[in-house]
Design a protein around this ligand. Structure first.
Ligand code: GDD
Length: 320
């Protein structure tokens, strides 16, 4: 049994991951930036701002984790364009605070640092499946900050601390913020069906393609890496990808096919970005070989689950 410190425990991924880790009988201590609503967390938790070094030190000294999963981050590309300082500070300095305090108080702790496939950036323009050796040319502040944080973590791994860096591709599911594409579209459909929004669905760039994964499959990959024997983990970097790319337009069509009312689609210039990766798809041979992980949830199922979730939320969270 491991004692796992999970940053960002009340985020979209954190909530799914804590449940998955508790199911394996691990002890999980989540960290949250501010006290959560009572039903939000199933694990023990500590309030901790990753940018506050003293708070990070106190939590690591108290918990003495055997494993760290570092999820807490500014993770939205559009937000990172608007708030680059916040993004760099949280994603790089926050990560360094954690690694410094682990080095001082729990140097044997195994770190799973959650980076992002966004770090490949311009390399996606080749249109090929990218593996972990592809060149990283970030195209936005979020991706650049994640790449910088990867380099920071790698320095500690080089010095002998155990751990891996993962680069997950787009993961989606019920509970994700509507700042992200599938949640945004599904929430609008749910509002339109409930008569809370005129029948016009606002969209950004529909030409882009992404390698979509179900959040439960991604959390399964994290759990498998945490449970792996160290000699299974020959590499320090792992893509978490399906190897298939789906155009945003086709995901929208899948959602619209489930809608119970007619809907008009309209481009909203505010949803277009200064630059956008046209097509992203990742090779997953390395993680498959290391721990036997493959994604298992069909995208059609995930899309239906997301829409059902937002139908349930529509009356609880109506538009402003
Ligand atoms: N958010 C959003 N809203 N995106 C839209 C919309 C819209 O209304 N319409 C089209 N898109 C397009 C975006 O331009 C982008 O091409 C694609 O849909 C996916 O956008 P997001 O869901 O915001 O995700 P992302 O690809 O920018 O980044 C996500 O994936 C990364 C992993 O590859 C995030 O989850 C990152 O945190 C993550 O690291």
């Amino acid at each position: 049994m491991a004692r796992i410190l999970l940053t960002g425990a009340n985020g979209f991924v954190g909530k799914v991951l804590q449940r998955r880790l508790l199911k394996s009988n691990h002890e999980v201590v989540g960290t949250v930036a501010s006290p959560p609503a009572s039903a939000e967390l199933e694990c023990d938790y500590q309030v901790m701002n990753i940018c506050d070094r003293a708070q990070v030190e106190a939590v690591i000294q108290r918990v003495k984790p055997t494993h760290l999963v570092h999820l807490a981050a500014v993770s939205n590309v559009a937000v990172s364009f608007k708030q680059p300082l916040l993004t760099w500070h949280a994603n790089v300095i926050g990560t360094l605070n954690l690694m410094e305090e682990l080095k001082a108080h729990a140097p044997e702790c195994f770190t799973l640092f959650v980076s992002s496939s966004e770090v490949y950036g311009e390399s996606f323009k080749s249109g090929q499946l990218l593996d972990e050796n592809a060149t990283c040319v970030p195209m936005n502040p979020y991706a650049a900050s994640k790449l910088a944080a990867e380099h920071a973590v790698m320095q500690y791994l080089r010095q002998g601390m155990p751990g891996v860096v993962v680069r997950p591709f787009n993961h989606i599911g019920p509970g994700q913020s509507a700042d992200f594409v599938t949640a945004s579209f599904a929430r609008q459909i749910a509002w339109i069906e409930a008569g809370l929004q005129p029948p016009v669905l606002k969209v950004g760039n529909l030409d882009a393609s992404r390698d979509f994964l179900n959040v439960h499959d991604v959390c399964e990959a994290y759990a498998m890496l945490l449970d792996a024997n160290r000699d299974q983990l020959e590499h320090r970097m792992y893509n978490i990808a399906s190897g298939k790319s789906r155009q945003i337009r086709s995901v929208l069509q899948a959602l619209l096919a489930e809608a119970t009312v007619p809907i008009i689609v309209q481009t909203d210039p505010d949803r277009l970005r200064p630059s956008d990766i046209p097509l992203a798809a990742g090779a997953n041979a390395r993680i498959k070989e290391a721990v036997g992980w493959v994604p298992t949830t069909p995208l059609a199922q995930t899309v239906r689950d997301i829409l059902d979730y937002w139908r349930g939320q529509a009356l609880l969270e109506p538009p402003d």
